[in-house]
Design a protein around this ligand. Structure first.
Ligand code: RIB
Length: 292
């Protein structure tokens, strides 16, 4: 069984659906409101666990009802929460999501996720050392991403960096990561002034640009490859990227070839968008395999 360590955010998603999103200074009437577990780190941990991996989450929650719900949700999905410790002085992270016009807009309040610090990660250093792969995103402090990348390089543990939400990252982090998976917008910010084709060439078999419903593009050392995704009727695209990253990590940790890993991840991500909520549609291993 693949052993996956996820270091990242755990939040509660507060989701409003509306026929259209309001402009600045405008009020519109919404259709529904739901509270569901989210946060990029937690989403990736849950997705990997549903796909059959042994998952260790390193994260933080507040000492509040959202924190309790987040922990219960991890446990219901079989994610190890030994390193998800409550923070007393901050609330749990929240993501404020508007689902309108076929897409989402999100404001994230990091709160307790800000306490996923380098020192906190060091308390769980053995989990990183013993993992088959580490998955990290950017809803936690930048210095933690830098620190984890150095630890992974030191231990020889492969690191999959999902650079979302977008921010600049240092060359050191790029060098330490084994796999980097920006979407098109994040790639523009990471590699400013360099065309996507050039950046892919610069990082063969390492940089994977996700292009939504088109698929995933990378350079295999000889040519650019686009692995197309599966066309489905999307209900809610929130968490599709998280499902892709988790499934990609699981497949790589199991030793699947690169293209097969991307296909597996594309299939998992396409299934995830067919239900409401970031984690609502995340498939089980059997569901992905049956549909491949
Ligand atoms: O990637 C989707 C996630 O981003 C949501 O669950 C929300 O928590 C935001 O952080």
């Amino acid at each position: 069984m693949a052993k996956i360590c996820v270091i990242g955010s755990s939040s509660m998603d507060l989701v409003v659906t509306s026929s259209r999103r309001p402009g600045a200074g405008e009020t519109v009437l919404g259709e529904s409101f739901k509270t569901v577990p989210g946060g990029k780190g937690a989403n990736q941990a849950v997705a990997a666990a549903r796909l059959g991996a042994e998952v260790y989450m390193i994260g933080r929650v507040g000492e509040d009802t959202f924190g309790t719900d987040i922990l219960n949700n991890f446990e219901a999905n079989g994610v190890n929460t030994q390193n998800v410790k409550p923070v007393t002085h901050l609330e749990s992270g929240t993501a404020h999501i508007i689902l309108a016009e076929g897409d989402n807009s999100i404001v994230v309040v990091e709160a307790a996720n800000r306490e996923v610090t380098p020192a906190y990660v060091d308390e769980a250093v053995d989990v990183i050392r013993n993992a088959d792969i580490v998955l990290i995103q950017q809803e936690i402090p930048e210095e933690t991403v830098v620190h984890v990348s150095a630890l992974c390089a030191k231990f020889g543990t492969p690191l999959l960096l999902n650079p979302a939400p977008a921010r600049m990252i240092s060359q050191e982090v790029i060098d330490n990561a084994s796999y980097i998976t920006p979407n098109e917008h994040e790639a523009e910010i990471l590699f400013q002034g360099v065309s996507p084709a050039e950046s892919l060439r610069q990082y063969p078999n390492k940089l994977f640009i996700t292009e939504g419903s088109k698929g995933v593009r990378y350079f295999d050392g000889e040519q650019e490859v686009l692995v197309p995704t599966y066309q489905v009727k999307a209900v809610d695209t929130t968490g599709a990227g998280d499902t892709f990253n988790a499934a990609f990590a699981v497949a790589l940790a199991e030793g699947k070839p690169l293209q097969d890993s991307i296909r597996f991840a594309n299939r998992a991500a396409s299934l995830s968008v067919t239900k409401f909520g970031a984690q609502g549609g995340m498939p089980t291993r059997a569901e992905v395999e049956e549909s491949l």
